[in-house]
Design a protein around this ligand. Structure first.
Ligand code: EPU
Length: 432
Protein backbone atom coordinates (compact mmCIF):
# COMPACT_ATOMS: atom_id res chain seq x y z
CA UNK A 1 0.00 0.00 0.00
CA UNK A 2 1.12 3.60 -0.54
CA UNK A 3 1.28 6.45 1.93
CA UNK A 4 2.30 10.10 1.71
CA UNK A 5 4.98 11.41 4.04
CA UNK A 6 4.89 15.17 4.62
CA UNK A 7 7.47 17.19 6.53
CA UNK A 8 5.34 20.16 7.55
CA UNK A 9 6.04 23.85 7.77
CA UNK A 10 7.35 24.46 4.23
CA UNK A 11 5.72 27.27 2.27
CA UNK A 12 3.76 26.80 -0.94
CA UNK A 13 5.13 29.01 -3.71
CA UNK A 14 4.84 29.16 -7.49
CA UNK A 15 2.29 27.64 -9.83
CA UNK A 16 -0.21 24.81 -9.46
CA UNK A 17 -1.96 23.41 -12.53
CA UNK A 18 -5.46 22.01 -12.19
CA UNK A 19 -6.11 18.69 -13.95
CA UNK A 20 -9.18 17.75 -15.96
CA UNK A 21 -12.39 17.14 -14.03
CA UNK A 22 -13.06 13.67 -12.61
CA UNK A 23 -16.75 14.18 -11.87
CA UNK A 24 -17.42 15.58 -15.35
CA UNK A 25 -15.36 12.86 -17.06
CA UNK A 26 -17.45 9.98 -15.68
CA UNK A 27 -20.82 10.98 -17.21
CA UNK A 28 -19.04 11.88 -20.47
CA UNK A 29 -17.60 8.36 -20.59
CA UNK A 30 -21.07 6.89 -19.94
CA UNK A 31 -22.53 9.03 -22.75
CA UNK A 32 -19.89 7.68 -25.15
CA UNK A 33 -21.63 4.29 -25.29
CA UNK A 34 -24.94 5.76 -26.50
CA UNK A 35 -23.94 6.05 -30.19
CA UNK A 36 -22.48 3.25 -32.32
CA UNK A 37 -18.89 4.07 -33.31
CA UNK A 38 -15.80 5.73 -31.89
CA UNK A 39 -16.04 8.75 -29.60
CA UNK A 40 -12.95 10.63 -28.45
CA UNK A 41 -13.02 12.57 -25.20
CA UNK A 42 -10.04 14.82 -24.66
CA UNK A 43 -8.78 15.91 -21.20
CA UNK A 44 -9.52 12.86 -19.07
CA UNK A 45 -7.43 12.77 -15.88
CA UNK A 46 -5.15 9.83 -15.02
CA UNK A 47 -7.02 8.62 -11.94
CA UNK A 48 -8.11 5.37 -10.34
CA UNK A 49 -11.81 6.19 -10.82
CA UNK A 50 -11.25 6.61 -14.56
CA UNK A 51 -9.48 3.23 -14.72
CA UNK A 52 -12.35 1.62 -12.78
CA UNK A 53 -14.99 3.16 -15.03
CA UNK A 54 -13.05 2.12 -18.14
CA UNK A 55 -13.34 -1.48 -16.88
CA UNK A 56 -17.07 -1.00 -16.33
CA UNK A 57 -17.45 0.13 -19.96
CA UNK A 58 -15.32 -2.74 -21.29
CA UNK A 59 -17.55 -5.33 -19.59
CA UNK A 60 -20.37 -4.24 -21.94
CA UNK A 61 -18.26 -4.97 -25.05
CA UNK A 62 -17.05 -1.41 -25.69
CA UNK A 63 -13.31 -0.83 -26.02
CA UNK A 64 -11.59 1.98 -24.15
CA UNK A 65 -8.08 3.14 -25.02
CA UNK A 66 -6.06 5.94 -23.55
CA UNK A 67 -4.53 8.32 -26.09
CA UNK A 68 -2.32 10.88 -24.38
CA UNK A 69 -4.64 13.15 -22.39
CA UNK A 70 -7.83 11.63 -23.77
CA UNK A 71 -9.84 8.42 -24.13
CA UNK A 72 -11.00 6.75 -27.30
CA UNK A 73 -14.19 4.79 -26.64
CA UNK A 74 -15.32 2.42 -29.36
CA UNK A 75 -18.97 1.58 -28.73
CA UNK A 76 -19.58 -0.22 -32.01
CA UNK A 77 -20.38 -3.37 -30.00
CA UNK A 78 -22.25 -3.01 -26.72
CA UNK A 79 -23.62 -6.49 -26.18
CA UNK A 80 -23.54 -7.25 -22.45
CA UNK A 81 -25.73 -4.74 -20.60
CA UNK A 82 -24.46 -5.34 -17.08
CA UNK A 83 -22.39 -3.60 -14.39
CA UNK A 84 -21.26 -6.11 -11.76
CA UNK A 85 -21.09 -5.63 -7.99
CA UNK A 86 -17.30 -6.04 -7.93
CA UNK A 87 -16.86 -2.80 -9.90
CA UNK A 88 -19.89 -0.79 -8.71
CA UNK A 89 -18.86 -1.28 -5.08
CA UNK A 90 -15.50 0.33 -5.90
CA UNK A 91 -17.09 3.41 -7.37
CA UNK A 92 -20.69 4.59 -7.04
CA UNK A 93 -20.65 6.51 -10.33
CA UNK A 94 -20.71 3.10 -12.07
CA UNK A 95 -24.43 3.41 -11.43
CA UNK A 96 -24.48 5.73 -14.49
CA UNK A 97 -24.52 2.49 -16.46
CA UNK A 98 -28.19 2.08 -15.57
CA UNK A 99 -29.24 5.05 -17.73
CA UNK A 100 -26.54 4.50 -20.36
CA UNK A 101 -27.42 0.83 -20.94
CA UNK A 102 -31.16 1.51 -20.94
CA UNK A 103 -30.54 4.17 -23.58
CA UNK A 104 -28.26 2.03 -25.71
CA UNK A 105 -29.60 -1.52 -25.21
CA UNK A 106 -33.10 -1.01 -23.80
CA UNK A 107 -32.17 -3.14 -20.82
CA UNK A 108 -29.68 -3.10 -17.95
CA UNK A 109 -28.63 -5.11 -14.92
CA UNK A 110 -26.63 -2.90 -12.58
CA UNK A 111 -25.53 -3.63 -9.03
CA UNK A 112 -26.95 -1.38 -6.33
CA UNK A 113 -24.06 0.69 -4.93
CA UNK A 114 -24.73 0.16 -1.22
CA UNK A 115 -23.42 2.50 1.50
CA UNK A 116 -20.30 4.63 1.42
CA UNK A 117 -17.67 5.78 3.91
CA UNK A 118 -19.88 8.56 5.24
CA UNK A 119 -23.21 6.74 5.53
CA UNK A 120 -26.13 5.94 3.25
CA UNK A 121 -26.28 7.52 -0.18
CA UNK A 122 -29.64 6.49 -1.58
CA UNK A 123 -30.45 5.92 -5.27
CA UNK A 124 -34.24 6.15 -4.87
CA UNK A 125 -34.44 9.19 -7.18
CA UNK A 126 -32.62 7.36 -9.99
CA UNK A 127 -35.02 4.45 -9.78
CA UNK A 128 -38.26 6.35 -9.26
CA UNK A 129 -37.27 8.84 -11.97
CA UNK A 130 -36.56 6.12 -14.54
CA UNK A 131 -39.85 4.43 -13.68
CA UNK A 132 -41.69 7.74 -14.20
CA UNK A 133 -40.14 7.93 -17.69
CA UNK A 134 -41.49 4.47 -18.53
CA UNK A 135 -38.80 1.95 -17.49
CA UNK A 136 -39.78 -1.37 -15.83
CA UNK A 137 -37.54 -1.86 -12.80
CA UNK A 138 -37.14 -4.78 -10.39
CA UNK A 139 -34.64 -5.36 -7.63
CA UNK A 140 -33.12 -8.86 -7.77
CA UNK A 141 -30.41 -10.07 -5.40
CA UNK A 142 -28.75 -6.69 -4.98
CA UNK A 143 -29.12 -5.73 -8.64
CA UNK A 144 -31.38 -3.26 -10.39
CA UNK A 145 -32.86 -5.07 -13.38
CA UNK A 146 -34.42 -2.60 -15.79
CA UNK A 147 -35.88 -2.59 -19.28
CA UNK A 148 -37.73 -0.17 -21.49
CA UNK A 149 -40.83 -1.06 -23.53
CA UNK A 150 -40.35 -2.20 -27.14
CA UNK A 151 -39.45 0.83 -29.28
CA UNK A 152 -37.86 2.78 -26.42
CA UNK A 153 -38.61 4.67 -23.25
CA UNK A 154 -42.11 6.13 -23.53
CA UNK A 155 -41.14 9.37 -21.70
CA UNK A 156 -42.82 11.23 -18.89
CA UNK A 157 -42.17 13.76 -16.19
CA UNK A 158 -40.32 13.57 -12.86
CA UNK A 159 -39.40 16.09 -10.17
CA UNK A 160 -36.28 15.49 -8.07
CA UNK A 161 -36.38 16.32 -4.39
CA UNK A 162 -33.60 17.05 -3.58
CA UNK A 163 -31.87 17.91 -6.82
CA UNK A 164 -29.37 15.16 -7.65
CA UNK A 165 -26.35 15.19 -9.99
CA UNK A 166 -26.29 11.42 -10.46
CA UNK A 167 -30.03 10.99 -10.96
CA UNK A 168 -30.16 13.88 -13.47
CA UNK A 169 -27.35 12.23 -15.45
CA UNK A 170 -29.01 8.79 -15.33
CA UNK A 171 -32.39 10.04 -16.54
CA UNK A 172 -30.82 12.04 -19.37
CA UNK A 173 -28.74 9.06 -20.51
CA UNK A 174 -31.90 6.94 -20.72
CA UNK A 175 -34.22 9.59 -22.16
CA UNK A 176 -32.12 10.88 -25.10
CA UNK A 177 -32.79 7.76 -27.16
CA UNK A 178 -36.38 7.32 -25.95
CA UNK A 179 -39.51 7.36 -28.07
CA UNK A 180 -41.34 10.15 -26.33
CA UNK A 181 -40.64 13.44 -24.64
CA UNK A 182 -39.40 13.67 -21.04
CA UNK A 183 -39.33 16.48 -18.53
CA UNK A 184 -36.96 16.61 -15.54
CA UNK A 185 -37.82 19.13 -12.85
CA UNK A 186 -35.46 20.40 -10.17
CA UNK A 187 -32.64 19.04 -12.34
CA UNK A 188 -29.04 19.45 -11.18
CA UNK A 189 -27.30 22.57 -12.56
CA UNK A 190 -23.76 21.65 -11.48
CA UNK A 191 -21.17 22.59 -14.15
CA UNK A 192 -20.42 18.85 -14.55
CA UNK A 193 -24.04 18.29 -15.63
CA UNK A 194 -23.96 21.24 -18.06
CA UNK A 195 -20.79 19.94 -19.72
CA UNK A 196 -22.44 16.51 -19.97
CA UNK A 197 -25.57 18.04 -21.56
CA UNK A 198 -23.36 19.89 -24.04
CA UNK A 199 -21.79 16.58 -25.07
CA UNK A 200 -25.22 14.94 -25.52
CA UNK A 201 -26.33 17.90 -27.64
CA UNK A 202 -23.19 17.65 -29.78
CA UNK A 203 -24.07 13.96 -30.33
CA UNK A 204 -27.48 14.95 -31.68
CA UNK A 205 -29.64 14.78 -28.55
CA UNK A 206 -32.53 17.23 -28.32
CA UNK A 207 -32.39 18.94 -24.92
CA UNK A 208 -34.04 22.14 -23.89
CA UNK A 209 -33.32 24.09 -20.67
CA UNK A 210 -29.66 23.07 -20.17
CA UNK A 211 -28.32 24.83 -17.07
CA UNK A 212 -31.82 25.51 -15.70
CA UNK A 213 -33.86 23.53 -13.15
CA UNK A 214 -36.17 22.14 -15.87
CA UNK A 215 -34.74 20.09 -18.71
CA UNK A 216 -36.95 18.79 -21.50
CA UNK A 217 -35.79 15.96 -23.73
CA UNK A 218 -37.20 14.93 -27.06
CA UNK A 219 -36.11 11.38 -27.82
CA UNK A 220 -34.21 10.78 -31.08
CA UNK A 221 -33.66 7.51 -33.00
CA UNK A 222 -29.89 7.65 -32.79
CA UNK A 223 -26.93 9.70 -31.64
CA UNK A 224 -23.62 10.01 -33.46
CA UNK A 225 -20.05 9.65 -32.13
CA UNK A 226 -18.07 12.86 -31.69
CA UNK A 227 -14.85 14.43 -30.43
CA UNK A 228 -15.38 16.36 -27.23
CA UNK A 229 -13.20 18.09 -24.63
CA UNK A 230 -13.71 17.87 -20.86
CA UNK A 231 -13.46 20.83 -18.44
CA UNK A 232 -10.97 21.44 -15.57
CA UNK A 233 -11.68 20.01 -12.11
CA UNK A 234 -13.49 22.52 -9.94
CA UNK A 235 -12.93 20.68 -6.66
CA UNK A 236 -9.19 20.38 -7.30
CA UNK A 237 -9.21 24.14 -7.99
CA UNK A 238 -10.97 24.85 -4.68
CA UNK A 239 -8.54 22.52 -2.90
CA UNK A 240 -5.55 24.38 -4.38
CA UNK A 241 -7.03 27.76 -3.45
CA UNK A 242 -7.37 26.61 0.17
CA UNK A 243 -3.85 25.10 0.10
CA UNK A 244 -2.46 28.45 -1.12
CA UNK A 245 -4.39 30.30 1.60
CA UNK A 246 -3.01 28.16 4.43
CA UNK A 247 0.50 27.37 3.20
CA UNK A 248 1.37 30.31 0.95
CA UNK A 249 3.55 33.22 2.06
CA UNK A 250 1.43 36.21 3.16
CA UNK A 251 1.45 38.86 0.43
CA UNK A 252 3.12 36.53 -2.11
CA UNK A 253 0.72 35.39 -4.88
CA UNK A 254 0.34 31.70 -5.81
CA UNK A 255 -0.70 31.15 -9.44
CA UNK A 256 -3.24 28.44 -10.31
CA UNK A 257 -3.57 27.61 -14.01
CA UNK A 258 -6.20 25.71 -16.02
CA UNK A 259 -8.75 27.14 -13.61
CA UNK A 260 -12.44 27.71 -14.18
CA UNK A 261 -13.42 29.59 -10.99
CA UNK A 262 -17.05 30.21 -12.05
CA UNK A 263 -17.52 26.41 -11.73
CA UNK A 264 -16.97 26.73 -7.97
CA UNK A 265 -20.11 28.81 -7.40
CA UNK A 266 -20.28 32.26 -5.82
CA UNK A 267 -20.77 30.98 -2.24
CA UNK A 268 -17.31 29.45 -2.14
CA UNK A 269 -15.64 32.47 -3.77
CA UNK A 270 -17.36 34.86 -1.34
CA UNK A 271 -16.44 32.80 1.75
CA UNK A 272 -12.86 32.53 0.48
CA UNK A 273 -12.57 36.28 0.06
CA UNK A 274 -14.05 36.90 3.52
CA UNK A 275 -11.15 34.96 5.09
CA UNK A 276 -8.97 37.90 3.99
CA UNK A 277 -7.47 36.01 1.06
CA UNK A 278 -7.24 38.08 -2.09
CA UNK A 279 -7.90 36.43 -5.43
CA UNK A 280 -7.66 37.71 -8.97
CA UNK A 281 -9.16 35.90 -11.95
CA UNK A 282 -7.61 36.33 -15.39
CA UNK A 283 -8.93 34.13 -18.24
CA UNK A 284 -8.12 30.58 -17.13
CA UNK A 285 -5.83 31.47 -14.23
CA UNK A 286 -6.40 32.66 -10.69
CA UNK A 287 -3.83 34.14 -8.32
CA UNK A 288 -4.26 33.74 -4.59
CA UNK A 289 -2.57 36.14 -2.18
CA UNK A 290 -2.76 34.96 1.44
CA UNK A 291 -3.23 37.54 4.21
CA UNK A 292 -1.06 37.78 7.36
CA UNK A 293 -3.91 36.30 9.40
CA UNK A 294 -6.87 34.26 8.12
CA UNK A 295 -10.30 35.20 9.46
CA UNK A 296 -12.53 32.37 10.69
CA UNK A 297 -15.52 32.15 8.31
CA UNK A 298 -18.35 29.69 8.92
CA UNK A 299 -19.80 27.88 5.91
CA UNK A 300 -22.80 25.66 5.19
CA UNK A 301 -22.67 23.31 2.24
CA UNK A 302 -25.53 23.23 -0.26
CA UNK A 303 -26.27 21.91 -3.69
CA UNK A 304 -24.73 24.04 -6.49
CA UNK A 305 -24.29 27.02 -6.58
CA UNK A 306 -23.96 26.62 -2.78
CA UNK A 307 -20.69 25.88 -0.99
CA UNK A 308 -19.57 22.44 -2.31
CA UNK A 309 -19.73 19.53 0.14
CA UNK A 310 -16.60 18.24 -1.61
CA UNK A 311 -14.65 21.20 -0.17
CA UNK A 312 -15.84 21.17 3.44
CA UNK A 313 -13.10 18.86 4.80
CA UNK A 314 -10.45 21.13 3.25
CA UNK A 315 -12.22 24.19 4.72
CA UNK A 316 -11.87 22.63 8.18
CA UNK A 317 -8.09 22.81 7.76
CA UNK A 318 -8.36 26.46 6.73
CA UNK A 319 -10.38 27.13 9.90
CA UNK A 320 -7.75 25.38 12.01
CA UNK A 321 -5.25 27.96 10.68
CA UNK A 322 -7.58 30.94 11.19
CA UNK A 323 -7.59 33.27 14.12
CA UNK A 324 -10.74 32.32 16.07
CA UNK A 325 -13.70 29.94 16.05
CA UNK A 326 -16.02 29.10 13.14
CA UNK A 327 -18.05 26.14 11.91
CA UNK A 328 -18.62 23.87 8.94
CA UNK A 329 -22.16 22.57 8.46
CA UNK A 330 -22.85 19.93 5.82
CA UNK A 331 -26.44 20.05 4.59
CA UNK A 332 -25.83 17.73 1.65
CA UNK A 333 -24.41 14.79 3.62
CA UNK A 334 -25.13 14.85 7.34
CA UNK A 335 -22.28 12.59 8.45
CA UNK A 336 -19.27 13.43 6.29
CA UNK A 337 -16.79 13.92 9.13
CA UNK A 338 -14.56 10.84 9.08
CA UNK A 339 -11.48 13.06 8.88
CA UNK A 340 -12.18 14.73 12.24
CA UNK A 341 -11.07 11.86 14.53
CA UNK A 342 -7.88 11.55 12.43
CA UNK A 343 -7.31 15.31 12.77
CA UNK A 344 -7.75 15.04 16.56
CA UNK A 345 -4.61 12.91 16.43
CA UNK A 346 -2.84 15.95 14.97
CA UNK A 347 -4.12 18.23 17.70
CA UNK A 348 -7.16 19.74 15.98
CA UNK A 349 -9.44 21.53 18.45
CA UNK A 350 -12.96 20.92 17.25
CA UNK A 351 -16.31 19.44 18.25
CA UNK A 352 -18.79 17.61 16.05
CA UNK A 353 -22.45 18.16 16.78
CA UNK A 354 -24.87 16.56 14.35
CA UNK A 355 -23.96 17.83 10.89
CA UNK A 356 -21.79 20.69 12.22
CA UNK A 357 -18.15 20.77 13.22
CA UNK A 358 -16.99 23.78 15.23
CA UNK A 359 -13.29 24.49 14.80
CA UNK A 360 -11.15 26.53 17.20
CA UNK A 361 -8.35 27.88 15.05
CA UNK A 362 -4.97 29.32 15.82
CA UNK A 363 -3.44 26.27 17.54
CA UNK A 364 -0.61 24.55 15.69
CA UNK A 365 -1.29 21.06 14.37
CA UNK A 366 1.42 18.48 14.95
CA UNK A 367 2.53 15.69 12.64
CA UNK A 368 1.13 12.19 13.27
CA UNK A 369 0.33 8.90 11.60
CA UNK A 370 -3.18 9.22 10.11
CA UNK A 371 -5.35 7.26 7.75
CA UNK A 372 -7.40 8.21 4.70
CA UNK A 373 -11.04 7.22 4.80
CA UNK A 374 -12.40 8.75 1.61
CA UNK A 375 -11.27 11.03 -1.18
CA UNK A 376 -11.88 14.50 0.24
CA UNK A 377 -11.04 13.47 3.81
CA UNK A 378 -7.67 12.23 2.46
CA UNK A 379 -6.73 15.52 0.87
CA UNK A 380 -7.66 17.35 4.07
CA UNK A 381 -5.21 15.15 5.99
CA UNK A 382 -2.48 15.93 3.46
CA UNK A 383 -3.19 19.66 3.83
CA UNK A 384 -3.09 19.30 7.62
CA UNK A 385 0.32 17.65 7.23
CA UNK A 386 1.53 20.56 5.09
CA UNK A 387 0.82 23.11 7.85
CA UNK A 388 1.65 20.86 10.85
CA UNK A 389 4.85 20.93 12.86
CA UNK A 390 6.86 17.74 12.28
CA UNK A 391 6.17 14.75 10.05
CA UNK A 392 2.79 13.36 9.01
CA UNK A 393 2.23 9.93 7.46
CA UNK A 394 -1.07 9.71 5.57
CA UNK A 395 -1.89 6.02 5.02
CA UNK A 396 -4.32 4.30 2.64
CA UNK A 397 -3.97 6.98 0.01
CA UNK A 398 -5.64 4.82 -2.61
CA UNK A 399 -8.63 6.99 -1.71
CA UNK A 400 -6.68 10.11 -2.68
CA UNK A 401 -5.54 8.48 -5.93
CA UNK A 402 -9.19 8.13 -6.98
CA UNK A 403 -9.50 11.87 -7.48
CA UNK A 404 -6.23 13.84 -7.29
CA UNK A 405 -3.77 13.49 -10.17
CA UNK A 406 -0.12 13.51 -9.05
CA UNK A 407 -0.86 15.61 -5.99
CA UNK A 408 2.51 14.99 -4.38
CA UNK A 409 4.48 16.03 -7.44
CA UNK A 410 2.32 19.15 -7.92
CA UNK A 411 2.84 20.13 -4.26
CA UNK A 412 6.54 19.27 -4.14
CA UNK A 413 7.20 21.41 -7.26
CA UNK A 414 5.76 24.29 -5.20
CA UNK A 415 8.09 23.85 -2.25
CA UNK A 416 6.09 21.41 -0.10
CA UNK A 417 8.15 18.56 1.36
CA UNK A 418 6.05 15.53 0.43
CA UNK A 419 6.78 12.12 -1.03
CA UNK A 420 5.13 8.75 -1.58
CA UNK A 421 6.31 5.57 0.11
CA UNK A 422 5.15 1.98 0.08
CA UNK A 423 4.33 0.43 3.43
CA UNK A 424 2.85 -2.56 5.11
CA UNK A 425 0.07 -1.37 7.35
CA UNK A 426 0.75 -4.01 9.98
CA UNK A 427 4.55 -3.73 10.18
CA UNK A 428 7.34 -1.19 10.57
CA UNK A 429 5.94 1.77 12.47
CA UNK A 430 7.26 4.97 10.85
CA UNK A 431 10.36 6.69 12.23
CA UNK A 432 10.71 10.40 12.75
N1 EPU B 1 -30.02 11.88 -2.98
C1 EPU B 1 -31.15 11.21 -2.60
N2 EPU B 1 -31.61 10.20 -3.40
C2 EPU B 1 -30.99 9.86 -4.56
C3 EPU B 1 -29.83 10.55 -4.94
C4 EPU B 1 -29.37 11.56 -4.12
O1 EPU B 1 -31.76 11.48 -1.56
O2 EPU B 1 -31.46 8.94 -5.25
C5 EPU B 1 -29.51 12.99 -2.13
C6 EPU B 1 -28.12 12.69 -1.54
O3 EPU B 1 -28.19 11.91 -0.38
C7 EPU B 1 -27.56 14.08 -1.34
C8 EPU B 1 -28.19 14.90 -2.47
O4 EPU B 1 -29.28 14.11 -2.96
O5 EPU B 1 -28.02 14.59 -0.11
C9 EPU B 1 -27.27 15.21 -3.64
O6 EPU B 1 -26.60 14.01 -4.04
P1 EPU B 1 -26.22 13.76 -5.56
O7 EPU B 1 -27.09 12.68 -6.09
O8 EPU B 1 -26.22 15.06 -6.29
O9 EPU B 1 -24.75 13.21 -5.42
P2 EPU B 1 -24.01 12.17 -6.38
O10 EPU B 1 -24.45 12.39 -7.79
O11 EPU B 1 -24.12 10.82 -5.81
C10 EPU B 1 -22.02 13.80 -6.87
C11 EPU B 1 -20.53 13.72 -6.81
C12 EPU B 1 -20.07 13.74 -5.35
C13 EPU B 1 -20.60 14.99 -4.66
C14 EPU B 1 -22.12 15.07 -4.82
C15 EPU B 1 -22.72 16.35 -4.26
C16 EPU B 1 -19.90 12.45 -8.75
C17 EPU B 1 -19.37 11.18 -9.30
N3 EPU B 1 -20.07 12.50 -7.45
O12 EPU B 1 -22.51 12.63 -6.21
O13 EPU B 1 -18.66 13.79 -5.39
O14 EPU B 1 -20.26 14.97 -3.30
O15 EPU B 1 -22.47 14.99 -6.23
O16 EPU B 1 -22.19 17.45 -4.90
O17 EPU B 1 -20.11 13.40 -9.48
C18 EPU B 1 -16.45 13.44 -4.63
O18 EPU B 1 -16.04 13.82 -5.74
O19 EPU B 1 -15.69 13.30 -3.64
C19 EPU B 1 -17.88 13.16 -4.45
C20 EPU B 1 -18.35 12.41 -3.49
Amino acid sequence: MDKLVIHGGHKLQGTLRVSASKNAALPLMAAAILPRGVTFIDQIPHLRDIVTFSHVLRITGASVNRQRQGLEIDATRVVFPEAPYELVKKMRASFYMLGALLGRCGKAKVSLPGGCAWGPRPVNLHIEGLKALGADIDLEQGYVVARVPRGGLSGGSYRFEPSSVGATVNLLLAACLGRGGSRIENAAIEPDVIVFCDMLTAMGAKLDGIGTRTIEVEGVDQLHPIKFSNCPDRIELGTFMIAAAIAGIPGDPVLITNAQPDHLGQEFLDAFQRTGCFYKIDKDTITITPPDVLKPISITTAIYPGFPTDLQAQWTILLSCANGTASVTDQVYGDRFNHIPELYRMGLRAEVNGNTVTVHGGHHLTGAQVMSTDLRASVSLVMAGVVADGTTHVGRIYHLDRGYEQLESKFSQCGINIHREQYNEFENPPQG
